[in-house]
Design a protein around this ligand. Structure first.
Ligand code: PHB
Length: 390
């Protein structure tokens, strides 16, 4: 009989075509992006800015990346490391996402990186700076669009040493981000001839700063270096001023101290100098276009978190364009991202071999509602990615 033979042939041809052309981009199948970000707690506003930035880039590209329409699934990670493994597993196993984008908190991100590495799921980290993510936990399928915790601290360590400041007290939350930020600061500051005379800390996300501020007043250092962010940063800056320290002991920090927080900090933040890979006054055509689009879409001014979210989407777009929408083609995805120059509002950057941005760190000073650039603290700073074997 001819008919069955023809049918078998036709089926075989169809199958061969399907294997030869993965063509996910043409198949009309949507790409599921799992957004694992804080929607509650001290980092809630940071999560919103990242999501806004990511969605702005997708919208600018007609709702598609690499030819595939994007669909979102959200999880509120509450910045709680103890829930992180369950939360990311839900996205991967229950919701079958193709890629996870998250998160803000370093402790949560480390748990996510472990799952991403074990399952081979594509992970793009749009904030959390945990050194381990692009160090010992690095993987071909893990990328970061933000920074490593040591970077802004290192840049500020160089600045304060050059200013001739000698004795500094550090204060932060006792968790990976705080410890690594202070670690970066201390490395550069002490290399430049300064001394960290006391390292103060409190558990995340506590904001009972009074006893520690009293200690700072009694030590009388030349300056204070700090890592706080989000709601905690708002309260710290206000409490520091209210304790009368602002005029006697200058306060410096990683730029998160004053990013996305200025409206709430008001007068207490004026004049504070920080180091970060973004500022409100870059004035480049690229940044101005981004800021206008963001402000028009969300009726809000963008901040560093919005930029990092936007660039996470750019990284995904670059990888998907090279793989015709196939996130499973990890080699081609990683090669394309590695080769690319990412056209970020912060300034163009390339990825390091361990998948962290190589970028300039600006010295900024708060004036009104802006973190104004007053110089470049560290040029093309690269994350050493210690312990990474890819
Ligand atoms: C972190 O936990 O890595 C972290 C959190 C908030 C920031 C920066 C880093 O603003």
């Amino acid at each position: 009989m001819n008919l069955p033979r023809l049918n078998t042939l036709a089926a075989a041809t169809l199958l061969a075509c399907a294997i030869a052309t993965p063509a996910l981009a043409q198949s009309g199948q949507k790409l599921k992006v799992g957004l694992m970000l804080p929607a509650t707690g001290t980092f809630a506003a940071l999560g919103t800015a990242i999501e806004n930035g990511f969605k702005l880039y997708v919208a600018e590209n007609g709702g598609k990346l690499g030819g595939r329409e994007i669909e979102f699934v959200n999880v509120d990670d509450e910045s709680d490391p103890s829930k992180a493994t369950d939360n990311i597993n839900k996205l991967i196993k229950r919701d079958n996402v193709d890629v996870v984008v998250g998160t803000v908190h370093s402790g949560v991100a480390m748990a996510m990186a472990k799952v991403a590495k074990d399952t081979g799921t594509l992970l793009i980290v749009p904030n959390a700076g945990a050194n381990a993510v692009t160090g010992p936990m690095c993987a071909k399928n893990i990328f970061r669009s933000s920074f490593t915790n040591a970077q802004p601290g290192y840049a500020m360590g160089e600045v304060l040493a050059k200013k001739g400041i000698k004795r500094v007290v550090t204060i932060t939350w006792n968790y990976a981000a705080g410890a690594e930020s202070v670690g970066g600061f201390k490395e550069a500051f002490e290399k430049g001839g300064g001394k960290v005379v006391e390292e103060l800390g409190l558990p995340f996300p506590n904001v009972e700063f009074q006893a520690l501020l009293t200690q700072i007043a009694s030590i009388k250092p030349d300056a204070v270096y700090t890592f706080f962010a989000g709601g905690g940063a708002v309260k710290f800056v206000k409490d520091y001023a209210a304790a009368g320290l602002k005029t006697s002991i200058p306060l410096y920090g990683a730029g998160f101290l004053t990013d996305g927080t200025l409206a709430a900090q008001g007068e207490a933040a004026q004049g504070i100098q920080t180091t970060l890979h973004y500022a409100d006054s870059l004035g480049t055509p690229r940044d101005m276009a981004f800021r206008t689009a963001y402000a028009t879409t969300y009726k809000l001014q963008p901040d560093v978190y919005a930029v990092q979210g936007y660039d996470a989407a750019q990284i995904l777009g670059i990888g998907l364009a090279a793989t015709k929408g196939d996130v499973k083609n990890k080699d081609a995805f990683a090669a394309a991202v590695q080769k690319a120059t990412i056209n970020s509002p912060r300034g163009p950057f390339k990825m390091s071999p361990t998948h962290n941005p190589i970028q300039d760190f600006y010295l900024r000073e708060v004036k009104g509602n802006e973190n104004r650039v007053i110089g470049i603290a560290s040029k093309s700073l690269i994350d050493p990615g210690r312990g990474c074997r890819m």
